[in-house]
Design a protein around this ligand. Sequence first.
Ligand code: NAD
Length: 317
Amino acid sequence: MRVAVTGGAGFIGSHLVEKLVELGNSVVVIDNMSSGSLSNLERVREKIDLKIADVKDLRTCLDVFKDVEVVYHFAANPEVRVSVTNPKIHFDENVYATFVVAEASRLSNNVRTIVFASSSTVYGDATVPTPEDSSLRPISVYGASKAAAELILHSYSHLYGIRVVVLRYANIIGPRLKHGVVYDFLMKLSKNPDVLEVLGDGRQRKSYLYIDDAIEATILAAEASKAPFEVYNVGNSDWVEVSEIAKIVSKVLGLKPRIVFTGGTKDGRGWPGDVKFMLLSIDKITSLGWRPKHSSAEAVELAARSLATELGLLKTF
Ligand code: NAD
């Protein structure tokens, strides 16, 4: 099958591209390299078509989507914290970009399915474990941008018969990751191995899923969904505290830094808009036969180890 992956040079996107190629698909990637890189695609570079361009350009998308049946829309600005300082980035890169991808899919006349990388942040401060039918009450512009993008896609599925599969990911971690708490801790420790500053009170507790588990769930959900519009939570069955993550990452580097908590917001969040407790109900996706192979803590250790190797940090300490 001919498939397109927007953001295919990024962290999740590049792992997805590798799996899609392995499964025998003909893959075209569109990525503007704002946070992605060619090195992420080096294992499959000869086997794919690559367009270095912005998905917000309708003509380019139309050209890329020629003969494409399934679009995996993973291009976005994934940094939740950016919401606080520059909310427009999330409107442009996550909402408007999704509108263009939907429009290009409609106008192409050949795209039958859009698989969309949404996020647990659409729920905001929800009761946990949070099922798919919970209210969408995002507390960051990032979360709001993902919720808005989901709704645009819903209208396209209703009006134009494009099948949409929405995947609300928990924290996905593993090699090639360039944002989030595990990456941040590694970078901080590479600069100062004696002190590790943790944003917030350290009591934030969230679910983490290793990239291989996430890719398996993504492929399964994309293939299993038959409804015009289907939503799946993709996360782990357990969670881990940020203070524990600090200890795991330090241990991977063989360090014993002094761990300092900034305190964060009044209620101990890392930053305004940070969801402090996140655990998704994964009953729906597990009913398809998928199970995470690694717990949240195991995922953190595996990711920290692979990222530390990638960043050359294991040699340093
Ligand atoms: P990433 O930054 O590694 O990947 C995003 C990719 O999109 C990058 O390669 C970037 O260059 C590209 N891109 C951004 N804007 C673009 C544009 N306008 N045109 C073309 N390409 C563009 O981030 P990621 O962690 O791999 O995230 C992938 C997707 O999954 C994003 O939609 C993100 O919001 C979503 N998501 C990620 C997580 C996570 O924990 N990593 C959790 C929930 C949702």
